[in-house]
Design a protein around this ligand. Structure first.
Ligand SMILES: [Zn+2]
Length: 136
């Protein structure tokens, strides 16, 4: 029998860690969603006329809005990653590099528990990306 995976005890530890992160993030996203709805309702109630005279302010607002959307998008993505990591724990593939199939070192998993690749494979991928995405 191959033992190229994490022990039950280690898996349990990561399961707890991921579940905690997942719930905290979910809570925060929900909270923000409900508070942004309240803010929108307040805007509809008044204040709109002053914006009409200041297009620059409206533009700043729009920039802030799209920044928040990007943030929410990133967080939603992270939420999915946490979900997938929990799924991998269930399936027993957690902590195994999906490219070279080696066990990812614990120290790395502790820092990035949602990772699916070991440092070597990640770096290789990054250097490929670097070649195509130069000069921003
Ligand atoms: Zn690898």
């Amino acid at each position: 029998m191959k033992s190229e995976t994490l022990s039950k005890k280690e898996l349990d530890k990561f399961k707890n860690l991921l579940t905690t992160k997942y719930n905290a993030l979910l809570e925060e996203l929900r909270y923000r969603e409900s508070s942004s709805i309240m803010e929108n309702q307040r805007d509809i109630g008044g204040e709109i006329s002053s914006y009409a005279n200041h297009p620059a302010e409206a533009a700043t607002d729009y920039a802030n809005l799209s920044m928040n959307l990007n943030l929410a998008e990133r967080e939603t993505k992270y939420l999915t990653q946490l979900e997938e990591a929990l799924d991998r724990i269930k399936q027993g593939t957690f902590g195994v590099c999906k490219i070279c199939k080696k066990v990812i070192p614990l120290e790395r998993l502790e820092v990035v528990p949602t990772t699916t690749k070991c440092v070597d494979c990640k770096n290789e991928e990054k250097s490929k990306e670097g070649n195509t995405a130069q000069h921003i």
